[in-house]
Design a binder for this molecule. Structure first.
Ligand code: SF4
Length: 406
């Protein structure tokens, strides 16, 4: 497949790995910001192929994972109302709130529907003028523009029975919070390429300069990750800290001006709570005062709901890169994809889910009986055999300089 297969080429991967090995002279710790990048890294065993001492720390860039418990509880409260049709992407339905999830609300009679676009929810609102239709708008700079566009369309078309439950978050303040943490070990960032395809790169040079940290915009295929790692390590070894775009096939410096204009029109920056981390100043968006009528929190008066995170789940430490998923006591035992204690075990971009899915159990060997009781919904890929590790081959090596990844 165009733009997929060539970025999984094993010969090019080996050449990038050779270059990385020739570059590194000491230990370094890099953070990949996005959960999609984490899944690529774990699925392909990229972290295991890097030189000893080069560590990849998994960042907070999973939108489902960072949505705070109190927002989930607000969604559960709204979705339980008989006059409401609650629409969401599918990955939010199994995220545990306090005591239940959206699937359980649906089982109890709530009208909870999975949609593939916020515009699907708007169409449902048009078709059901006697019902209130709410779309669960979560995510980073990538999902915020279509949600903003949907609210814009609702107002323009006079669809009054539609509203948005908003929990959008922004990457740059999260990077700032991570770098200001006293426990921070991150020395370089692989920035999320899809976020930068919307926002461009102009938000990052100030962060790179202030924290003396290289930030390399990176894509999501194995070669994208390796190239991002290579460029970050080259900067670190040279003592540099600039913003570099290693994902030019999708990212321009200016980003997507039309999407940014829509964000500016519909949303305003606000402090936002991140699950397991707490409030990060200016790290989110809410509907601006001009669109407040479309804010489900106001329409259903759930703004006062507050909750406390379950003590057993250490996803806050996982999301800050302070803990690897398999180091959590509950990982793979009381917490599995079927019995998740935290969103990081549910989401398709969650680090705990990635470690479970690709069998990074890394626990003392368990007796067969105990192992067989573990959840087995995921493909059993032996930990020693990464799913599709870009392995070296003896085939002739394509010209790396001719590749768009370098
Ligand atoms: S393994 Fe489960 S309990 Fe532990 S941090 Fe991950 S989601 Fe939370």
């Amino acid at each position: 497949m165009k733009y997929i297969d060539e970025f999984q080429n094993p010969q090019l991967a080996q050449r990038l790995l050779d270059d990385i090995k020739a570059t590194v002279t000491r230990p370094w710790a890099l953070m990949e910001v996005c959960g999609g990048q984490t899944h690529t890294i774990i699925r392909h065993g990229i972290d295991q192929l890097l030189p000893e001492g080069v560590e990849l720390i998994h960042g907070p860039g999973c939108p489902v994972c960072v949505t705070p418990l109190e927002v989930i509880d607000k969604a559960l409260e709204i979705a339980s109302r008989p006059d409401v049709i609650f629409c969401s992407f599918g990955d939010m339905l199994r995220v545990p709130g306090t005591g239940r999830d959206l699937f359980q609300v649906r089982g109890e009679g709530g009208d909870v529907r999975v949609v593939y676009s916020p515009l699907d929810a708007l169409r449902i609102a048009e078709e059901n003028p006697d019902r209130q239709v709410v779309f669960f708008g979560i995510g980073f700079e990538t999902t915020a523009p279509p949600n903003a566009m949907t609210v814009y369309q609702a107002r323009k078309r006079g669809i009054r029975n539609f509203s948005l439950l908003v929990s959008h978050v922004r990457v740059p303040p999260a990077i700032e919070a991570i770098m200001q943490s006293p426990d921070c070990r991150v020395q370089g960032f692989l920035a999320a390429g899809h976020v930068c395809s919307v926002m461009g790169t102009q938000e990052y040079p100030e962060l790179a300069e202030r924290f003396k940290v290289p930030i390399v915009v990176t894509g999501f295929e194995p070669l994208d990750i390796l190239e991002g790692v290579r460029r970050t390590l080259q900067q670190l070894e040279r003592g540099e800290h600039i913003v570099d775009n290693a994902y030019p096939r999708a990212v321009r410096a200016e980003g997507n001006p039309a999407a940014q204009a829509m964000l500016d029109d519909v949303f305003e920056v606000t402090d936002r709570s991140w699950r397991g981390i707490g409030v990060i100043p200016d790290s989110g968006w809410r509907l601006s005062s001009r669109y407040r009528d479309y804010d489900a929190e106001y329409r259903f008066d759930v703004g006062d709901i507050t909750t406390r995170e379950p003590a057993a789940c250490r996803s806050g430490e996982v999301l800050q890169g302070l803990l690897k998923p398999h180091e959590c006591e509950a990982f793979g035992t009381t917490c599995t994809p079927r019995t998740p204690l935290g969103a990081t075990m549910v989401s398709s971009e969650g680090a705990c889910a990635a470690y479970y899915l690709y069998r990074r159990l890394d626990l003392p060997s368990r007796p067969p009986a105990a192992a067989s009781t573990a959840d087995s919904t995921s493909a059993p890929t032996p930990a020693s055999t990464p799913a599709s590790t870009p392995a070296p081959t003896s085939a002739s090596t394509p010209d790396l300089e001719g590749s768009s990844v370098v």
